[in-house]
Design a protein around this ligand. Sequence first.
Ligand SMILES: Nc1ncnc2c1ncn2[C@@H]1O[C@H](COP(=O)(O)OP(=O)(O)OP(=O)(O)O)[C@@H](O)[C@H]1O
Ligand SMILES: [Mg+2]
Ligand SMILES: [Zn+2]
Length: 248
Amino acid sequence: MERNGDNCPICNGRGIVIIDTERAAPCKCMAQKKVQARFRNAKISREMLNCRFNQFSSRYYSKNLRDHFNGKTYYDNAATAFAAAQKFVRDVRENPHADGLILTGPVGSGKTFLACAIANALLEEGREVLFMVVPDLLDQIRATYDHANSYTEQDLMDTAREVGVLILDDLGAHNYTDWARNKLYSIINYRLNNALPTVITTNLDLAELEEYVGERTTSRIVQMCKIHRLVVETDIRITKRREKDSAH
Ligand SMILES: Nc1ncnc2c1ncn2[C@@H]1O[C@H](COP(=O)(O)OP(=O)(O)OP(=O)(O)O)[C@@H](O)[C@H]1O
Ligand SMILES: [Mg+2]
Ligand SMILES: [Zn+2]
């Protein structure tokens, strides 16, 4: 993310902070730079940079319709998920072993939006975050098998396992090979064992998640992440498109 690259407000991009005339120390943005160097796709796009807590609108979530999973209104579920996302940021500030979150719900319901809002808030505070869309993560790990790559599979796996906060966007209905399932299991299992906060977004419910990524990985996700539901009647992308079109 550009903001955490060259223009770190703490060190002005120098990577070190001066303690006194004798001593300097690496700036904490260096850890984030390392994460970003290893995963070229870990950049938050321009679109994602705009996903801020204060931009999150609750008007897309119905106050009448109820989610069949928990009987709460879409509106109440979204409000709870929103509050949980903000609380996650506060918790991580105080506790490097805070509980994670899993945001589930249909296409275009704000899951990635909230995950980005979390990432943006944490990065602004100089925290180490790896935000990866799951298929990209797997592609990048696979690409290390190419000898021209400067990082090894081990480098990337270590980063995903150990990074302060890992955000896995779209753990969805992809065709996971056994290889991919093993990589995901290994990352999740490590993070569970070391109580490292992880945020996951998915279109799948838990039964489907088991089907796609396996029972053992799903079981660990459930243990380390609190589940929240974001449900909309109509894909927010479509609603926004309609609003734009009717404004002209
Ligand atoms: N609560 C919200 N307020 C304002 N804009 C929103 C909100 N939720 C989502 N959006 C916008 O709607 C679009 C779709 O949201 P998002 O990408 O978060 O959906 P998603 O649940 O991750 O969908 P998918 O399952 O397809 O990945 C994005 O452009 C996002 O910025
Ligand atoms: Mg998404
Ligand atoms: Zn810095």
